[in-house]
Structures are given as C-alpha cells and as structure tokens.
Design a protein around this ligand. Structure first.
Ligand code: GUN
Ligand code: ZN
Length: 438
C-alpha cells in the first residue's frame, strides 16, 4: 500500500477553513519543519517531518527545509489572450479594449498562434506559483481548445470558455448567437470535467452581448448547471453609463445579468467597483463571487474596490490579476496592490486574509475546495515553494525582525505580500509533479 509515496519537507502553511476576523478561531495551520506525503498526485498525509518520515521510512523526500510551502495560488480572473499586451499605455477601459485587447484577441483564430501563447501563459502562471485559474479565452473555439490542451499537458486544473460577443466590438471578433451556441455546446461536451478541465460560460460583458445572447448563455447554464459563468461587472463609470443606455428598462447593471439567469453561486464577476447596495445585496443572496483585480483597477484608472464594504454586504470575494488589464501574473504583486487599495479606504488587508483569498478562499469561490486549496489528505497536490528572502532588502528585513524577536509566520507572509514576486518562487508542483523550478 505504501507504493509511490513521496515526501515534501519544508515550512508548511495552509488554511483549515473559512477565514474569519475572529482571532479565537484557528484558521491557519503552520508546521515549521513539516511535511506532506503524496501518492498518485494526491496528499495522503500532513504532519511534522519527523513523524511523517517515521511513518513512511522508505519514501523519497524532497527537502525544502527553511522554505515556505503553500497551496498553489488560484487566479480567479485572467485573460490568456492578453498576455502580449500587459502594460499597454494610457487608456481607460472602453478605449483600452478597442486599442489593445481586441487587436490582440483577433490573432487567436489561428490555432497554432493560440497554442504558442497558451504555452507561454501556462509557464508564466507556474513561474508565479499559480496552479489553477479561471481564464477568459477569445471568441474563437481554437483559443479554448489551445488552452485546455496546454493545461491538460501539465495536468493543471483549468477553467475557461469561449467568449461571447455579438455587438459593439471589432467586426473580426463578432460572433452570431447561433454559431456561438453550437460551438459552446461542443466545447462543453468536449472539455467540461475532461481530466481536470472545467468549462465556464463567458459573456464578455453586457456591452458586447445583446439580450438574446445573454439569455441563451443563461439557458446553456441551466442545461449544464455545473459549468461556471464568468463576466465583467461595473468596472468603469463610462461602462456603467453605456449599460444604462443599452438597457434602459433595467434598474441597474446587475439586473441585466439577472434577467438572463446569469447571477448564480457559480458566477464570478470581475471588478464590481461601482455597485449599489441593492446590487451587493442581490449578489450576496445569489452566492456569487466578485474577483477584485487591484493592479488592473489602478492601471486602467477604474476606481477603488471596497473589500470591507463588500464583505459587510455578505458578498464573497477573491483576489485576481486580470492580466492584461492587470499588470502582473504574480498574485504576490497583486496582494501588494490590494493592500494599498484597501488601505486608501481605511482597511488594512492582513496577510492571513490576503493569502486565504488566493488559496482556499479562491477554491471555495470556485467550488473546488474539496479538491484543492489546502493540504488536507485527499486533496490534489498543487503547491508552491517560496523563499521569503531572495532580495537584499528582504534578507535585511528578515534579519531585522529576527534580531527583534518579531519574526513569525504573519510577518513573513506580510513581507511576501508586500515585496514578493516571481523571484520568491522556488518551485511549483501540480498533482505532485514539479512543473517549474527557478
Ligand atoms: N470588460 C470587458 N472586457 C474586458 C477585458 O478584456 N478586460 C477588462 N479589464 N475589462 C473588460
Ligand atoms: Zn477581465
């Protein structure tokens, strides 16, 4: 029975359950000199290294002593075809889409091109410690096939889908609802729950989709109720005004999606910056998630998302990159920006909460927390190995904290949250296999 077991040793940190601000509730598990045992890609045990080693004396051990081992990061909103246009200068959302995003996305009708970018995209994720994502492809089925095929090659848990857009965009990206419906059905049948792949219905946003298109996507979700829905909501003030003009009968932006049956507990809305209290209340009731994308919101000048207010309204959130409106693949860089965006509004995003929202919290939002998100036995062994002190200043900070007897897991994680990036990622593992090493 003890065949094919391997042990990974290091400083193991993960979350045990729902994050809460109640300090009396233990939310995290930290094993200095801990270890996980892996068999056939899954975690079978977690303990202090000594105990685990005694239990599986013949198992080979990969030793990351002194390095932090966290569950793989989960990016709940990212655009794979925008990899090449990160940091495109100057415009706010609507003009940025037509100047940069749409021209880049047109290329993905070519499957070879899509495959080449998909490979780079997945490698960038691994390099940054991200092991799962909910990603936009493009309107072309070729782009969806390319991303699922690439993810499958690494046995990575991927959620994506064909973008729907039938108006107000580049004519070369417009689709008709009939073709979109047929192609989406074929893609769901082909990819949903095929290996670790899962399908997400992907209306770009209501500016790009008319009522008929949105309703049809709602219908598809009812037909395949365990698919996901991903879209954009209330990111930019000009966008909200256009929605009011396009849907004069709707009382607000969210109602447009509600009428189409697209507001569910399997829906992830990117941004949600300019929402009314009524919209927040309805999102909470539906159990939908808002993916907060701070690097994108700052870069595109979209506004300051209020995490505290959103949580007080009972809405579930995660933190995401939104590459290429977002400026980095690194969820560590993203946590840094999230901290600053919240701090400007009087809320300090502590490290436990921050890391929860890119690990177990993101897994819960995507309803894959029974599969990934922490190191409970039975879960898939997706994890990242981190060195908290790679730069001169990171090393100095750690030494300073040590001298002052103030170095604990929270201060270590906060250092990563504020100063970390891909340089801190030592290795990334997917289903127990190394997919990246620095
Ligand atoms: N809204 C509709 N499409 C997009 C996109 O590609 N990026 C961002 N940030 N917002 C959008
Ligand atoms: Zn986006």
């Amino acid at each position: 029975m003890n065949e094919n077991i391997k042990i990974i040793r290091g400083e193991i940190f993960d979350f045990l359950g729902e994050f809460t601000h109640d300090a009396s509730q233990p939310v995290a598990r930290f094993l200095t000199d801990g270890a996980i045992a892996i068999q056939n890609g899954k975690i079978i045990d977690i303990n202090y290294y000594k105990d685990l080693q005694a239990q599986y004396p013949d198992a080979p051990c990969t030793d990351y002593s002194g390095k932090l081992i966290l569950p793989g990061f989960i990016d709940t909103h990212i655009h794979f075809p925008q990899t090449e246009i990160i940091g495109s200068f100057g415009h706010q959302l609507i003009d940025w889409l037509s100047s940069y995003a749409f021209p880049a996305e047109k290329e993905f009708r070519n499957e070879d091109y899509a495959k080449a970018v998909a490979e780079i995209f997945v490698q960038e994720l691994f390099k940054n410690g991200t092991t799962s994502c909910l990603a936009f492809s493009t309107v072309h089925k070729e782009s969806v096939n390319a991303l699922f095929e690439t993810a499958s090659k690494y046995n990575m848990r991927m959620i994506t889908g064909k973008v729907w857009m039938n108006r107000n965009g580049d004519p070369a990206l417009m689709d008709n609802t009939e073709t979109a419906y047929t192609e989406t059905k074929e893609l769901i049948e082909k990819w949903h729950k095929n290996g670790r792949n899962l399908y997400a219905l992907t209306p770009r946003f209501a500016i790009s989709c008319d009522d008929e298109s949105l309703a049809l996507q709602g219908e598809l979700h009812r037909e395949y109720p365990d698919t996901y829905i991903q879209t954009h909501l209330s990111e930019n003030k000009q966008e909200v005004k256009i929605i009011q003009a396009l849907f004069p009968e709707a009382k607000d932006y969210l109602e447009v999606y509600e009428k189409a049956g697209l507001v569910t507990d399997r829906t992830v809305f990117a941004h949600g910056i300019h929402l009314s209290d009524s919209e927040l209340e309805r999102l909470a009731k539906a159990g939908a998630t808002i993916a907060h994308c701070p690097t994108s919101n700052l870069f595109l000048g979209s506004g300051l998302f209020n995490l505290k207010h959103t949580h007080e309204a009972g809405v579930q959130t995660a933190i995401a990159t939104d590459v290429g409106g977002g400026t980095s693949f690194s969820l560590l860089r993203t946590l840094d920006e999230a901290y600053k965006v919240q701090h400007l509004q009087g809320y300090a995003l502590k490290p436990f909460e921050a890391f929860y929202r890119i690990t177990l919290g993101a897994a819960k939002a995507l309803k894959i927390d029974h599969l990934v998100g922490n190191f409970d036995p039975g879960k898939e062994a997706d994890f990242v190995v981190l060195d908290c002190g790679v730069t001169t200043t990171q090393k100095m900070r750690i030494n300073f904290l040590n001298r002052n007897h103030a170095l604990d897991i929270e201060t270590l994680l906060f250092g990563l949250q504020i100063t970390g990036d891909d340089r801190n990622v030592v290795a990334t593992y997917v289903m127990g296999e190394k997919v990246y090493e620095k």
